[in-house]
Design a binder for this molecule. Sequence first.
Ligand code: IPE
Ligand code: IPE
Ligand code: MG
Length: 245
Amino acid sequence: MSTDDTVLQKVKIPTHIAFIMDGNGRWAKNKGLDRSEGHAAGADVAEKMVRACNDIGIQYCTLFAFSTENWKRPGEEVEFLFQTLIYYLEKKSPEMIEKGVRIRFTGHIESLPRDAYECARKIEINSKQCDYFQMIIALNYGGRQEIWDSVLRMFNAFEKGELKAEDLKNDQPEMFRNFLNLPDVPDPDLLVRTGGEMRLSNFLLWQMAYSELIFTQTMWPDLDREALINLLKEYSKRERRYGGL
Ligand code: IPE
Ligand code: IPE
Ligand code: MG
């Protein structure tokens, strides 16, 4: 048994891990490289981390790839981010789908450049039946946008008569889950943000009510399997009380 296996036997494995993949630009700058090279390195690492998560026994991995606020960046950088994403998805998704990985998206992908949208939709459809592991890519995603969209879906159900005012009065906040982008996906047990910033930047606001949060100084392109295992060790020490004793 490898040291890695022995360590893994002792750590708690989250069902769902979410990553805010931050620090690509600073990683590149520190090396005297262009920001785009940071994003290219970051995409490589994203693929490796998804593989490691799957291998370790995690069932859902959500990656924050592009926020509703990231449109504020220079057009060139935005374009490069989508082109990198398409390149990786085209190259890697057939093998992932073969292995049973379901690839899903959360966020307004219909507003992406046409080629990126079509690529995402195609992969989502092709991997729909896969149930071994789920990789969720948050793309043109904002937590407030998702809450707003959920309210609109709820209102729609109300207008269609599928939901009654009485139901709303009697139901618990938990029923709101049914209107989220991906109602069947469990809340993240663990959120990891790389790059040293201690904020959520509008990620999964509703879903993270009770997630364990880890902020690490490591820049995203420097994350590796060993670092992930160390993060899981840290997670294993957390006592999740959910308000109880
Ligand atoms: C995260 O890295 C990638 C995206 C937001 C798409 P950044 O590009 O934010 O890198 P820093 O934070 O500038 O270092
Ligand atoms: C968060 O990183 C979004 C993604 C990783 C996609 P940002 O770099 O956009 O976040 P801020 O601007 O530091 O809050
Ligand atoms: Mg950043």
